[in-house]
Design a protein around this ligand. Structure first.
Ligand code: SAM
Length: 191
């Protein structure tokens, strides 16, 4: 069974095909080499990105010990351990030492603003931060689709985050609700 089929059959949340294709296109078009990923799960998206080019290096963060261990096994099976470093850590405790061309944010949606602020100074000037799942199954566009209190609270947080980045003069943003479950690309405004 391939990694994608196994992850999906075990209920591990992984990147949607459309989002992955878009991400790969971005990496190829811009020759991005240094990537930070927040949210490894079992290593599927990191492996797919690393396969694009042997010069690509990925630091990826996961707090769940079992997923972390499975990601290490999956990466070793693909002989990509020289290209991908997995860190068992809570993102909120993270200290960043390097700068990155691409930062792929695929962890807790409720903390996207926090993740943006903690990573933006580690994005190279021509780099991109990609946030996944910003459409949140269509609920962000139309929150009458759900009456679940927890979901509504999450939707409101996501709407507040999107308002925040849209109004912030530091960023050029591109919102695309039709790719996967919706993505947001953030770049530094050219001065
Ligand atoms: C959607 S999954 C990542 C999927 C992966 N990028 C892929 O497409 O193959 C999100 C992961 O983020 C992890 N996560 C959520 N909050 C986190 C945090 N604060 N610190 C570290 N990992 C976190 C979860 O445990 C989960 O495995």
């Amino acid at each position: 069974m391939d990694l994608k089929t196994k992850a999906l059959s075990e209920g591990v949340p992984i990147i949607k095909d459309g989002t992955l294709e878009h991400l790969k296109g971005l990496i190829i078009k811009n020759s991005y080499r240094n990537i930070l990923e927040l949210g490894t799960a079992v290593g599927y998206s990191a492996i797919e990105m690393a396969r694009i080019d042997p010069l690509i290096h990925i630091d990826t963060i996961e707090r769940d010990k079992e997923r972390y261990k499975e990601a290490l096994r999956n990466i070793a099976d693909e002989h990509l351990q020289d290209q991908i470093d997995v860190y068992l850590e809570d993102i909120r405790e993270l200290k960043l030492w390097h700068d990155y061309d691409l930062i792929f944010i695929d962890a807790a949606k409720a903390h996207y603003k926090e993740y943006l602020e903690m990573t933006i100074d580690h994005l190279v000037p021509y780099g991109t931060i990609v946030f996944d799942n910003i459409a949140f199954h269509g609920f962000v566009k139309d929150n009458s689709l759900t009456h679940n209190r927890h979901t509504l609270a999450m939707v409101k947080k996501m709407q507040a985050f999107l308002d925040y980045v849209q109004e912030d003069k530091r960023f050029d943003i591109m919102l695309n609700e039709d790719i996967g479950d919706g993505i947001l690309e953030v770049r530094r405004k050219k001065s």
